[in-house]
Design a binder for this molecule. Sequence first.
Ligand code: ADP
Length: 390
Amino acid sequence: MKRSIYRSLRAELVIYAVISLMLAIATEFAIGFVLVFVAHTFGVSKYGYGKGPLIDKKNIYESKGRLPNYSNIRHWNKDTLVVIMFIILIIGFILFMFYFLLITRRITKDMSYISNSISNIAAGEMDIRITGINRDDEIGEIVLQVNRMSDEIERLMKSEREALQANKEMITCVAHDLRTPLTSIIGYLQLATDTDKYALEERQKYASIAMRKANRMQGLIEELFSYTKLMSGEISLHRSSIDIVKLVEQMTEEFYPLFMENNLEYSLKQNVDSLVMEVDSELIARAVSNLISNAVKYGKDGKAVYIELKKYEKELQICVTNFGLVIPEESLEHIFDKFYRVESSRSSQTGGTGLGLNIAQEIAILHGGRITVKSGIKGTCFTIALPIDN
Ligand code: ADP
C-alpha cells in the first residue's frame, strides 16, 4: 500500500479543494472553447447563420433561440451577462463538487471501512484489525489507536477467560485436595478409635497418619487464606527488625523431618553469619517455606535440596535449589501466575493449588524485592531477592 504523503487531513483536504477548483475552471474553459468552436464551425458568425443576419447588432435577444453572436459580446446587455455568469457559477460549482468527491473518494472509502470495523469490534468481533490503511495523518492515528484498543481488549478478555478457567480448575483441585485427605483422616481415625480390633501401637500409628494428613489439609487451607488476603490487598506489612539469616536457619531445621522422610540430603550455605533486616518475618517465612516445600515436593527424585544465602551490597538473595524434573522453558514465564501448575504436576500425585509461588512473589514484591527462577540440567533454582537498606 502506498504511503500517504500528507501528515494532516486538513491540509490534504485544502489541497484537494484547490485541485478540484482548478480542474472545474479548466473544464469550464474547455466547455466554453468547445461551444465557441462548434458555433464557429457550424456557421454562427457575426451575421448569424442561414439566410441573412439573424442577430441584430443592437438587440441580440431577438435572436429567438439561436446562438448569440459571440463576437458581439460587448454589446450584450447587463442582465444577460449576469444570467450567463450565474450559469457559469452553477456549472462551476457542480464541476467543483464532482471533482472534489472524486478525488476524496479514497478518504470516504477509508472512513466507512474504519467505521464498519469499529461497529464489528463493538459487536464483539475482537479479532478484527484495520489493515490496508497506511497514512500518517489523523486517520492513520485513528487506525493505530483502534487497532491498539482491540489488541488490549483481546488481551484483557483472554486473561479474564484464563483466570476464570484457572479459578474453575482451582476449585475442582482444592475440593479434591480437601476431600481426599478428609476421607482418609476419617478412615484412619475410625481405625485408631477401634479399641476392640487394634492394639495400642497400631492405633497410635493410625492416629499419627491421620495427624499428618490433617496437617497437610491445614497447609492447603492456610495457602488459600494467604492468597485471598494478599489478593484483596488486606495484607499490610508488619515490619520488625529480625536476623534473617537466623530465620532461614530455623526454617531449614523445621524442614529436617520432611527432608529425612523423602530421603533428601540438604545443605545451607551462606556468605554472611548474621543480617538484621526490617521485614515482615511471618510473610518472609511463608515465602521461604513455599520454596522449600516445593523443592521437596518436586525434587524428590533429585536426592538433594540446597539452600543458600548470598549477601550483596544492595540485596540479600535466598536461593533454594532442587534437582530432578526440569521445568519446561514455556512454563517458566507462567510459573508465578496464580493457579498455574506445570502440566506434569497436574497429572502427578503431588496435589497443590498453583498458588504457592504466586504468594511468594507477592510477598517479595511487597518488600520491594523480586523472585526469579532458573531451571536446567544443573537444577531448578528459585531466588527471592530482598533489598538491603544501608
Ligand atoms: P503448587 O505447588 O501448589 O502446584 P506453586 O505455585 O507452588 O503451586 O507451583 C506452581 C508449579 O510450579 C507447580 O505445580 C510445579 O509444577 C512447578 N514448581 C514449583 N516449584 C518447583 C520446583 N522447585 N521444581 C520443579 N517444579 C516446580
